[in-house]
Design a protein around this ligand. Structure first.
Ligand code: ZN
Ligand code: ZN
Length: 345
């Protein structure tokens, strides 16, 4: 079968690889019908993710059809349409029992990292009973790919950790797919204002359509001064870091009000400064999290009830045969306007 394979920093190709097979009794083999590329895949290709070795099939998001199940799988049958969670969880270990699936003793972020991933015709899913979700009949399956990773990530790491509340003020720094996923799900809680900060006017225009109340281009405007003015010098109740570089984490420290929360979502590759000399008396909370995907079932219900529409996050579509082009378009998002790219084997 065809798969997009990582071959070390800067190197990837579409290869013919052996079709995966059931290894453990809890495994399912899923025929991938739609997958996508994540910013994290670009981190891997830069050589930033030491746990992902050369030879690995990339991808941790997707939907598909169950092709085969191990003897212990009881919740899914052959032919079921399923959403693949980016987090694999056993459901039984100590961390799973407290809802921290991202740190499952025999799971966590495995797909496209420590085991072969979803940018392929088929993928093996360990702990299938607790790592797959049934797709309701009639659902827009392509749009549900947004629920593998980015929507639970934006919601759990940004909205829930950020304690976004009715009438509150929110700044989201970074209007990429994750920042936009946070913007969409923040509105479940009716915040009073959502300030979207980015350096790309095209992405800010998307944020406006998705419900941002104020747009701030931090390349041309002093974002901290602008938000100070908009909030009467108070700052925001929640500042969400959705980029993953020191400058944006430091900006979040400038934006947060006394008693507020800095909710980090970004994947950071280098150390960032923490201004405790200013923040020690500010009563703030800083949160970090790897998505646990505990909200996936809830998010599926909000999509079914038309309270959340993930489809507008999709900007481009390619076949698996065109995967290298898809990566190029995604990596040049500033020029191409790419948000999420659907790849269909
Ligand atoms: Zn991802
Ligand atoms: Zn576990």
């Amino acid at each position: 079968m065809k798969a997009l394979v990582y071959h070390g920093p800067g190197a990837k190709s579409l290869d013919d690889v052996v079709k995966p097979a059931i290894i453990e009794p809890g495994d399912a083999l899923v025929r991938v019908t739609h997958t996508t590329i994540c910013g994290t895949d670009l981190h891997i290709l830069k050589g930033d993710v030491a746990s992902c070795p050369p030879g690995r099939t990339l991808g941790h998001e997707g939907v598909g059809v169950v092709e085969q199940i191990g003897s212990a799988v009881s919740s899914f049958r052959i032919g079921d349409h399923v959403l693949i969670s980016c987090i694999t969880s056993c459901g039984r270990c100590e961390n799973c029992r407290r809802g921290m699936y991202s740190h499952c003793a025999s799971g966590g972020w495995m797909l496209g990292n420590t085991i072969n991933g979803t940018q392929a015709e088929y993928v093996r899913i360990p702990h299938a009973d607790t790592s797959l979700y049934p797709i309701p009949v009639g659902a827009d399956e392509e749009a549900l790919v947004m629920l593998s990773d980015i929507l639970p990530t934006g919601f759990e790491c940004g909205v829930l950790n950020g304690k976004i509340a009715p009438g509150g003020t929110v700044a989201i720094v970074g209007a990429g797919p994750i920042g936009l996923a946070c913007l969409l799900t923040a509105q479940f809680y009716s915040p009073g204002a959502i300030y979207m900060v980015d350096i790309d006017d095209k992405r800010l225009a998307v944020a406006r359509r998705f419900g941002a109340t104020h747009l701030i281009n931090s390349a041309t405007t002093d974002a901290a001064a602008a938000i100070a003015e908009l909030t009467g010098g108070r700052g925001v109740d929640t500042s969400v870091e959705a980029v993953g570089i020191p400058a944006t984490f430091e900006l979040c420290q400038d934006l947060v009000a006394a008693g507020g929360v800095i909710a980090n979502i970004g994947v950071h590759g280098v150390k960032a400064e923490l201004h405790l000399e200013r923040l020690w008396s500010h009563n703030i909370t800083i949160t970090t999290r790897l998505v646990d995907t505990v909200s996936t079932a809830m998010l599926l219900k909000t999509v079914a009830a038309a309270k959340l529409d993930p489809a507008p996050l999709i900007t481009h579509r390619f076949s698996l045969a065109e995967a290298l082009t898809a990566y190029d378009v995604f990596a040049r998002a500033g020029e191409t306007g790419a948000l999420k790219i659907i790849i269909t084997p």
